[in-house]
Write a protein that binds this ligand. Structure first.
Ligand code: FES
Length: 102
């Protein structure tokens, strides 16, 4: 899923793998464009990488590293995220208010 945080850095999306969650800006390091061309579709068919819709770059879910495509070696911009009482809590910067996804 993706969301825009009030006064946040831009659109953020969250990927959940088991009990772990990862959040990144919806911005490809290749051109700066969004990663999803179908709303909220961020993963490849195998569901094991984040895939950019424009040039099909593949990013590891756990750290956002591009492992294939025109921006190999670059990373997605990670956004701090945690699970608190079953809710996903995103805090873009330490002094920002948190957004909660229930
Ligand atoms: S815009 Fe994402 S790989 Fe080119």
């Amino acid at each position: 899923m993706s969301l825009v945080l009030p006064d946040g850095p831009g659109e953020v999306f969250v990927v959940r793998q088991g009990d772990r969650v990862y959040a990144y800006l919806n911005q490809c390091p290749h051109t700066g464009g969004p990663l999803d061309w179908v709303p909220d579709q961020f993963l490849n068919l195998e569901q094991d990488h984040i895939q950019c819709a424009t040039h099909a770059a593949l990013f590891r879910i756990r750290d956002g590293l591009c492992v294939a495509g025109p921006c190999s070696g670059d990373r997605l911009t990670a956004v701090p995220v945690r699970v608190e009482n079953g809710d996903i809590v995103i805090r873009p910067r330490p002094d920002d208010g948190a957004a909660q996804v229930g």
